[in-house]
Design a protein around this ligand. Structure first.
Ligand SMILES: *Cc1c(COP(=O)(O)O)cnc(C)c1O
Length: 368
């Protein structure tokens, strides 16, 4: 079976983990945390990085650090992972959904503009499958209305928008370093920002809001969102190879697009002018004229030894939110369509050209 994803780990990661172990610094203090934070923030073009236990907690931390008014509205796409809505709710805010674009699968900025109200306090764009959302008009909206932008860049390590890296384009950016992300720490995440006050608040909230002057006196309720030095050691080793990982992803994207361009019945990922797509996962969407849905397509590919994953199912279709009285009766046509007709093909960092050819031949066969 050709897997959907696999990490690329090397002896350097092993050596750094061994060093961390031997140093005795195995919890969240130790030099690899600071080094990983410094490297990653610098890579994103911002001053501060706050490493955390996973990407979902990076989003939760970013929301809490912003201290948005309780009950205020945060606009985000329906087509995303549940962590986004979870972070908004945990911060006591109200999620307001928008549909996504049919080609980039990222949030539709015109719909965002239409849903801004006097209660809006933030927008949370999500860079889907490696393509950056249209940040310039979002930043303009944020400026006009004095609201924050929380980027979910978990799937867009190193992706660029007008020459600047994802994660460093808004008020605060959030990353995941889960095993299938472009660089990994196994489990892990980071929030990055240029705002020193926000970074300081995030650091405190990450570590139970201990106060530097009197450790066990608390004036605010924090969490333990800390990353371990062992995970950060893997992160440092992975970061050394970021350019190679990005090259592999972009090469994979180019090979798939070249080979599948003329196959009838599917649409492929795009790359808008000014954007560098990093093809975290190579998604394809079945045309309406094709009789089968993505589930059937996945079944046929699996029969041919090819593993795939379905696209997200929209947040407005989640029973867990309907039970809470959220998003009932809302419809987002593009999200509904791609969630039923989209899947992603094997996109691992170890994927060979021969495997890509095998996948493409099978895709063609399934559609014939
Ligand atoms: C992976 C991912 C996350 C969550 O990251 P975890 O580390 O798994 O918690 C958040 N947002 C998006 C868009 C993701 O793809």
């Amino acid at each position: 079976m050709i897997p959907v994803s696999e990490p690329l780990l090397d002896s350097r990661a092993l050596a750094l983990v061994q060093d961390a172990l031997q140093s005795g610094w195995i919890s969240s203090e130790g030099r690899y945390i600071a080094e990983f934070e410094r490297s990653w923030a610098g890579f994103c073009g911002v001053a501060h990085g706050i490493a955390v236990s996973n990407g979902s907690m990076a989003l939760a931390l970013a929301m809490q650090a912003l201290a948005l008014p309780r009950g205020s509205e945060v606009i985000l796409p329906s087509f995303t992972i549940i962590s986004c809505v979870g972070a908004v709710l945990e911060a006591g805010c109200h999620p307001v959904l928008v549909d996504c674009e049919p080609d980039t699968w990222c949030l539709n900025v015109r719909e965002v503009a239409a849903k801004i109200s006097s209660r809006t306090s933030a927008i949370m764009p999500v860079h889907i499958y490696g393509h950056v959302a249209d940040m310039a008009p979002l930043n303009e909206l944020a400026r006009q209305h004095g609201i924050a932008i929380i980027e979910d860049a978990a799937e867009a390590h190193g992706a660029q928008y007008q020459g600047r890296r994802a994660g460093g384009l808004g008020t605060i950016g959030c990353f995941s370093f889960y095993a299938n992300k472009i660089i990994t720490t196994g489990e892990g995440g980071m929030a990055v920002t240029d705002d020193a006050n926000l970074a300081e608040r995030a650091r405190s909230l990450r570590n139970l809001c201990f106060r530097p002057e009197r450790r066990f006196l608390h004036t605010e309720l924090g969490h333990n969102y800390r990353m371990t030095n062992l995970q950060a050691a893997i992160g440092v080793a992975q970061f050394e190879r970021i350019e190679e990982h990005l090259w592999r992803k972009r090469r994979m994207g180019a090979l798939y697009t070249e080979r599948l361009r003329n196959v009838r019945g599917i649409s492929l990922p795009v790359e808008r002018p000014g954007v560098t797509n990093v093809y975290w996962m190579y998604g394809v969407v079945l045309d309406d004229a094709v009789q089968m849905d993505a589930q059937e397509f996945a079944r046929r590919l699996r029969e041919r030894g090819i593993d795939t994953r379905p696209f997200f199912l929209g947040m407005h279709e989640q029973p867990v939110f309907h039970e809470r009285g959220l998003f009932k009766g809302e419809r987002y046509a593009v999200t509904e369509r791609i969630s039923r007709r989209g899947l992603y093909l094997p996109s691992g960092l170890g994927l060979t050209e021969a495997q890509i050819e095998t996948v493409c031949a099978a895709v063609e066969e399934c559609l014939a």
